[in-house]
Design a protein around this ligand. Structure first.
Ligand SMILES: CC(C)(COP(=O)(O)OP(=O)(O)OC[C@H]1O[C@@H](n2cnc3c(N)ncnc32)[C@H](O)[C@@H]1OP(=O)(O)O)[C@@H](O)C(=O)NCCC(=O)NCCS
Length: 172
């Protein structure tokens, strides 16, 4: 289902419109979206991105141009989610606030990665399959694992901080 309030740029490719769920979001020119993808209101996906099947892009996520999102990638926007208030009534939009995340241009996110709220994944960075990203990822870093740690740097632009990341290798 593509809601009438989803704003799709020219040349967006969605092979099976009946098998996606897009509402209140903005999708840039030429981006390709696989089956069973959900993109929520107020999420922004840039131009020339590839969003692979079964991924979930929630409210508050901004994805810049040329980003690859693998299969089954889960974004999140609430660090301490609850179904109900302390009084036991169902939560409404007034009971929590969206924590935004950003994926900078030309980054790639491997399949089944989970992106915790409030992180920035840097330009050209590469998130390994199955990683849980809990902290910001520097530009051009390769991160993997749970929690995600720096395991290398992409060849397109090696970063001198690689050694400075040192023994902990934890994403900063
Ligand atoms: C993280 C990644 C970029 C590393 O690739 P690479 O640099 O070629 O690294 P290697 O395959 O040589 O692995 C190096 C080490 O990291 C480990 N490793 C590789 N990928 C890993 C991952 N996703 N999570 C945890 N560890 C990983 C390997 O087991 C290996 O460990 P070892 O040295 O103890 O044997 C890659 O494995 C990956 O996950 N890419 C994403 C793939 C994907 O999801 N594609 C989406 C659509 S098809």
């Amino acid at each position: 289902m593509i809601s009438s309030n989803a704003m799709l740029g020219k040349g967006v490719v969605i092979h099976h419109p009946e098998l996606v769920n897009l509402y209140g979001c903005t999708i840039g020119v030429g981006t390709r979206i696989g089956t069973f993808v959900e993109i929520q209101k107020n999420a922004v996906v840039g131009s020339d991105c590839k969003i692979s099947s079964h991924s979930f892009i929630c409210e508050g996520v901004t994805i810049e141009d040329g980003v690859f999102v693998g299969h089954g990638v889960m974004f999140t926007n609430d660090r301490h989610p609850r179904a109900v208030t302390p009084e036991g009534t169902l939560q409404t939009d007034d009971d929590w606030s969206v924590v935004p995340s950003v994926v900078r241009r030309r980054a790639s996110i491997g399949s089944n990665a989970t992106i915790l709220p409030g992180v920035t994944i840097g330009e050209g960075a590469l998130v390994g399959a199955g990683a849980v990203v809990t902290r910001d990822v520097p530009d051009h870093a390769i991160v993997a694992g749970v929690p995600a740690r720096i395991v290398g740097w992409t060849h397109d632009k090696p970063q001198p901080q690689a050694e400075a990341a040192g023994s902990s290798g934890r994403v900063s």
